[in-house]
Design a binder for this molecule. Structure first.
Ligand SMILES: NC(=O)c1ccc[n+]([C@@H]2O[C@H](COP(=O)([O-])OP(=O)(O)OC[C@H]3O[C@@H](n4cnc5c(N)ncnc54)[C@H](OP(=O)(O)O)[C@@H]3O)[C@@H](O)[C@H]2O)c1
Length: 353
């Protein structure tokens, strides 16, 4: 039984949060996992990367982030909070009149504020790590790269376009602004607040157990997989990709780092943008048999959306070096191929290809 420090994490049923959870468990932390549905979180116990650490994990349901004191009991006695949960853009949202505020903005802001308020009432908390996004940044005039302090202007809610990607980006900007305002207003907090800004995250998603789910579930992984399946996309997708494992490493390093100060932001992105055409080239080299057999038909189209983020502060301060596209392809496409091959062998599911 580990008696390591106790971490409270939200969003561990999802892509990034799960990777952080596993890394924390491997490092000997005890982790309290929260989810809007207890049963969803408890399912994590059955996954190979969590199973060996059953005595280090506990689960708590936080169904309503809007309730007063929503997280107070959940963060009792914890040393650290890692707040990952937030709505992701959902391309399948076809209703042009969807409620931007209710779907994206309010849960993102409320999640940050609810956890900061709970941390304020929990004297054991030393640091809160918030998963933000490079979407809160913007390129400054005359600069080639975008750094962690190049903040985008904060939009008015009424001006946010009714488009899932735009609404998502606005939700991250507004949630970041709300967290920073909270810190400014409450000057004597007994904990630090740091922000992690991932790029477009690619990598094996262990809680996903079918190829169909890897294609259909709104996720940054979805773009690469659909592209390799020949999907013609006319929406530009970010080229600031990053390996999932590196994103988890940045979160944990920022949680542990001795000299990290409140308000610091750390970009988690590969230092060079990667074109979607490069991805196809790497896949042909690493998975020639699967390309030939039509598991990866290729021929997809996806316009590049090239923003060049500079993660050098993250590498210098937290010691995280970023892996390139080969490792992202091995991780994510490797999982897709494993799932399809297993499904074909066992006849368990119609494949996505
Ligand atoms: N994926 C990327 O490329 C990327 C890039 C930059 C930043 N981020 C940020 O990283 C975080 C996690 O992203 P992800 O890719 O891991 O997403 P994900 O796989 O969708 O996981 C997000 C988790 O958040 C919870 N959640 C979803 N919608 C919610 C809502 N409306 N209210 C409260 N909780 C909600 C869900 O947990 P429960 O259902 O268990 O409650 C879900 O498992 C988000 O903050 C996202 O903005 C992601």
């Amino acid at each position: 039984m580990s008696n390591g420090p106790l971490v409270f994490i939200t969003g561990a049923t999802g892509h990034i949060g799960f990777a952080i959870l596993v890394l924390l468990l491997k490092k000997g932390y005890r982790v309290r996992v929260s989810s809007r549905k207890l049963a969803t979180a408890q399912k994590l116990n059955d996954l190979p990367s969590v199973k060996p650490y059953a005595d280090q994990v506990s689960f708590v349901e936080t169904p309503d982030a809007f309730a007063d004191a929503a997280y107070d009991d959940a963060v009792k006695d914890v040393d650290y909070i890692v707040h990952v949960a937030s709505p992701l853009p959902d391309d399948s949202q076809t209703d042009p009149d969807f409620d931007v505020e209710q779907t994206y903005i309010a849960p993102a802001i409320q999640g940050n504020l609810g956890l900061l308020k709970a941390a304020q009432r929990s004297p054991t908390v030393k640091r809160v790590v918030i998963t933000s996004s490079v979407a809160i940044l913007a390129k400054k005039e005359g600069r080639d790269t975008v750094g962690p302090d190049d903040l985008a202007p904060v939009p008015e809610v009424k001006d946010i376009p009714k488009h899932p990607l735009a609404a998502y980006a606005a939700s991250k900007i507004l949630a970041n602004a709300a967290a920073e305002d909270f810190v400014k207003t409450h000057k004597k907090l007994h904990f630090d607040v740091v922000h992690i800004l991932p790029g477009y995250v690619q990598g094996r998603n262990e809680p996903v157990t079918s190829s169909r789910q890897l294609v259909d579930r709104p996720s940054s992984n979805q773009t690469m997989i659909k592209f390799l399946l020949g999907h013609k996309d006319d929406t530009p997708r970010p080229n600031d990709v990053v390996l999932l494992d590196d994103v988890a490493a940045v979160h944990v390093a920022a949680m542990e780092g001795p000299d990290i100060k409140t308000g610091e932001r750390f970009i988690a992105a590969y230092p060079l943008p990667v074109s979607w055409v490069d991805v196809e080239r790497v896949v042909k080299r690493l998975f020639p048999r699967q390309v030939e057999r039509g598991i990866l038909p290729l021929g997809g189209e996806c316009p590049d959306w090239a923003l060049h983020f500079d993660p050098s502060k993250t590498t210098q301060r937290l010691g995280v070096e970023f892996h390139g596209i080969e490792d992202m392809v091995k991780s994510l496409v490797g999982q897709y191929v494993e799932l399809v091959e297993k499904e074909r062998r066992t006849g368990t599911q119609s494949t996505a290809a």
